[in-house]
Design a protein around this ligand. Structure first.
Ligand code: ADP
Ligand code: MG
Length: 359
């Protein structure tokens, strides 16, 4: 039985730079090495994983132990596509994710196994967020064009009505010119809101938790008594350079939807922060990204609506404008970030990703 010999292990910095999770196992299927992507993928720390059985760090591998042993004994590796694994976080919420897993027998200090695991979910997200960005850009172009076409004649109509008023100050038709002016103003406001904020972000160093606490207070003031807003913060997140007002608006747009979804049944909105390593946004890979989740345990968003919620004018509420989410998305985009949504009954999570480090 011949094993390839790893004469010189790649320097740690190279292995830690990979997006593929790398784990090596010794003959007893104990973890001999785990790289940074592996720690992140399985939410384990190197310190806790090293020298311990693989199944202790990734319990899901219990089901694959026999195959791993066979690979070790026969010296022939295997590849398993779309292996579904589960990550158990300390808050006991188990997250299922999918990896392509390659197992190769190697000789390090004695026979062992080299496992490479590439998260497939991440691939799906990269293509999805590029699509999201492209769709969003296209709809903004459309609105910009339309807004221009509406605002110019609107200015003319309003101006003409004002002239009429001035020409005939005592006319009994004054109430009609008032209606023209008022409705023209309403339309202009609508168009402006569709265009979203048109100033560039004015970035200052911001403590994300201070902003979230501000948002939480506003929400609590608005929420009825059978609604609660809880928080789950990762205090290690450093300050971020961003436009405080714009971030607050984006968070409020998303969180108000959550409150509205809970209006009838009551429930809980959770504000959660985490950091994510090696995260890709719109094709750019970031070393460190802040993730802000706004979760509610309301009815969820129907699958048929899901694809469209970030488009302007998409609403299911009688008094809705359908502008809350596209504006939130636009504001976060202009900070180099991304908003994503995952929804099922009793859990709707909007995740805001904001880069913390240069690419
Ligand atoms: N947390 C949520 N739970 C259920 N549905 C939601 C949630 N957030 C957004 N939605 C759906 O997305 C639609 C669009 O939201 P938004 O863009 O803010 O516009 P609006 O609030 O004016 O309807 C809402 O009408 C609603 O149907
Ligand atoms: Mg809304």
């Amino acid at each position: 039985m011949k094993f390839p010999v790893l004469k010189r292990i790649a320097p740690a910095s190279v292995l830690d730079g990979l997006t593929t999770a790398v784990i090596t196992l010794d003959q007893a299927l104990h973890v001999a090495y785990i790289n940074l992507a592996g720690e992140t993928l399985f939410s384990v720390s190197r310190r806790h994983a090293l020298g311990k059985p693989l199944v202790q760090s990734v319990p899901e591998f219990v089901r694959h132990e026999d195959r791993l042993r066979t690979a070790l004994e026969t010296g022939s590796g295997f590849m398993e596509r779309e292996l579904r694994l589960r990550r158990t976080d300390d808050d006991s919420s188990a997250e299922i994710f999918t990896v392509d897993c390659t197992v190769t027998p190697v000789q390090v200090s004695g026979p062992g196994l080299l496992m490479e695991m590439l998260p497939v979910d991440r691939h799906m997200r990269i293509s999805r967020d590029e699509l999201l960005l492209a769709q969003h850009e296209a709809s903004r172009e459309l609105i910009r064009g339309l807004a221009h076409e509406i605002k110019n004649p609107l200015g003319g109509i309003r101006g003409a009505a004002q002239l009429l008023e001035r020409e005939y100050p005592d006319s009994e038709h004054r109430e009609y010119t008032r209606v023209i002016i008022r409705e023209a103003d309403r339309l202009k406001n609508l168009v402006n809101r569709m265009l979203g904020p048109n100033r560039l972000p004015q970035k200052t160093s911001v403590n994300i938790h201070e902003v979230l606490e501000h948002v939480r207070q506003l929400l609590e003031a608005e929420a009825s008594s059978q609604l609660s807003v809880t928080r789950d913060y990762d205090p290690s997140i450093p300050e971020i350079m961003l436009d405080r007002e714009q971030l607050i608006q984006a968070l409020l747009n998303i969180a108000r939807n959550a409150l509205q979804a809970l209006k009838e049944s009551g429930g809980t909105v959770t504000l959660r922060t985490r950091t994510r390593r090696q995260f890709t946004i719109g094709g750019l890979r970031h070393k460190l990204v802040a993730q802000v989740d706004i979760e509610d345990d309301g009815p969820g968003i129907p699958a048929t609506l899901m694809e469209r919620i970030f488009f302007p004018m998409v609403t299911t509420r009688a008094e809705g404008t359908g502008l809350g989410l596209p504006i939130a998305q636009y504001l976060i985009h202009s900070h180099g970030g991304l908003v994503e949504c995952a929804s099922r009954p009793s859990s709707t999570v909007f995740s805001i990703f904001l880069p913390l480090s240069p690419t």
